[in-house]
Design a protein around this ligand. Sequence first.
Ligand code: 5GP
Length: 135
Amino acid sequence: MAASIFTRIINGEIPCHKVYEDDRVIAFLDINPLSPGHTLIVPKEPAETVDKLSDESASAIGRVLPRISRAVLAATGAKAFNILQNNGAGAHQAVFHVHFHIIPKFESGQGLGIGWKPGKLEDGAALASRIAAAI
Ligand code: 5GP
């Protein structure tokens, strides 16, 4: 399978505005930001979606998410932000290499727009037990 654009960034074949790197993770500015400071946190492991990511990479991402979020807030002056993580073309994923977006939200409205249409939980007990059994 061809290397993803993010693997090529990790390998230094494509430039990026890098803000953080360690053995397992890289973070850089999104090339088409929703707001100033829009940052992508990417595991070096080339898993396509988060359900395929190893526990080690997941831990490494989780360890730096708060720290990078604080830095984005400090650098942009934003007071709020969203963390977005898309899996699958049907869920708006365009680059098939796991990544977490940190998207500052400004009082001007700049940032992630969310259309949220809540439903009503039905058969919660049966559904929860099916998910629990699958973990
Ligand atoms: P997705 O919809 O897959 O969650 O988002 C992919 C993101 O990657 C988009 O926000 C897009 O702007 C960003 N992106 C795609 N190609 C590049 C690139 O070559 N460099 C950088 N820095 N960001 C990219």
